[in-house]
Design a protein around this ligand. Structure first.
Ligand code: NDP
Length: 361
């Protein structure tokens, strides 16, 4: 029973530690894209994600090395940890929603989607959204390490190489997000979403516990003996996806912050303009209108395939999730852009007819 209680509260303690480390460590202060609704000034953010990740992994390694906790403690307590993070996600959602001014919409809608668009605390040392993403990414990394540790403890030298590749690729994904935290200030979640259950529970529970669903299903399975060349092919799928996603995000980020700058010094921005607004129509943004979403789906497919158990339906939940998330999101973003940009958007759609997959969709 004590074990279950410890597992339940483990995410609470870890998230509190992440907060402490985030607040205590030095951070770069950057100006964001979103404007404060009261002052119309751009919000500023303190970003130190990579350092927080390093400290939290060091603490995990220290606990394992000194024998304070087994290396796979989070794996052994994964179900109670999941329940604890769920409860905390729910509790924190209520706190975030009830402490903000109502928008007049029905309460269930406000609880799910949130009331306030942006919340900053401790004299703007902590931005709610960026902190939530930091928690999700860091806890996901700790869970992956612990699940891998369990696999290694179980199979020793007969471990699955695919599992190690999976961990490396997922670390690439997490570190990439934290290194480019600033670029994410220009993404839909930050400028269009409110702080409610969807975001809070999403980052406290769904992100760190569901994203590694493939490992939940395979950590205790033996080496599937995937051929090395296939692991290379699957990794290429992952990196092809990463290139599309990161490339498109960077190109848009440069366009918004320094419109004349060429991506990697070669992809010169071409844009459509109407005197008031401008839309990119070159490089990644000429391939399809959301080629970054295709990139995300490819990354998820690569991660799933390297595990080496394609016949298990559970492992496919991860790429499926991206399709369920991103296809409606593209539609919603399309409506937002059509309303914001009007005829300019119509011209962009004419120039770049595909939504996500070039030539197909
Ligand atoms: P986008 O980065 O595609 O942002 C959409 C916004 O970009 C639009 O609302 C519009 O905003 C602007 N925009 C659209 N087209 C153009 C154009 N041609 N030129 C200039 N600006 C344009 O989508 P998201 O914010 O949804 O996603 C950001 C990243 O995060 C993506 O790579 C996505 O795949 C990833 N993501 C990752 C998830 C994960 O769990 N790993 C989950 C969800 C997303 P504006 O009003 O500023 O012009």
């Amino acid at each position: 029973m004590m074990d279950v209680i410890a597992g339940f509260f483990a995410p609470w303690i870890i998230y509190a530690l992440i907060l402490l480390v985030h607040v205590a460590l030095p951070a770069r202060r950057v100006v964001g894209y979103v404007r404060d609704t009261r002052t119309d000034e751009p919000l500023t953010y303190r970003l130190n994600g990579p350092f927080v990740l390093i400290i939290m992994i060091a603490l995990w390694a220290l606990a394992g090395r000194t024998g304070l906790f087994p290396w796979d403690w989070l794996y052994l307590h994964r179900w109670s940890g999941l329940a604890g993070s769920c409860a905390l996600g729910l509790l924190f959602s209520f706190v975030m929603v009830l402490s903000a001014r109502s928008t007049g919409r029905p309460f269930p809608a406000e609880l799910y989607l949130g009331r306030a668009e942006n919340r900053q605390f401790l004299n703007s040392r902590v931005d709610a959204k960026m902190f939530l993403y930091l928690v999700g990414a860091t806890m996901l990394a700790l869970n992956i390490l612990s699940f891998l540790a369990h696999h290694i403890i179980t199979f020793g030298t007969h471990l699955s190489p695919g599992m190690v590749v999976y961990t490396c690729l997922f670390f690439w994904f997490v570190i990439d997000y934290l290194v480019f935290e600033r670029v994410h200030l220009y993404t839909y979640d930050i400028f269009a979403e409110r702080v409610g259950f969807k975001l809070v529970w999403g980052c406290f529970t769904f992100y760190p516990y569901f994203y590694l669903v493939g490992l939940w299903a395979t950590a205790e399975l033996p080496d599937p003996h995937t051929a090395s060349w296939l692991l290379v092919v699957y990794s290429i799928v992952f990196f092809a996806g990463w290139t599309l996603s990161r490339g498109a995000n960077m190109q848009k980020f440069f366009f918004k912050t320094d419109p004349e700058r060429a991506l990697l010094g070669i992809i010169k921005p071409q844009s459509l303009r109407d005197g008031e607004h401008a839309l990119l129509c070159s490089g990644f943004w000429a391939v399809s209108r959301h080629v970054n979403y295709l990139g995300e789906i490819l990354m998820a497919a690569g991660l799933t395939l390297v595990l080496g158990w394609p016949a298990l339906w559970v492992v496919w939940l991860y790429p499926l999730y991206y399709m369920v998330l991103l296809i409606p999101r593209e539609r919603a973003d399309e409506r937002r852009c059509a309303a914001k940009y009007g005829a300019l958007w119509a011209e962009y759609v004419r120039r770049v007819p595909r939504r996500i997959v070039p030539g197909l969709y």
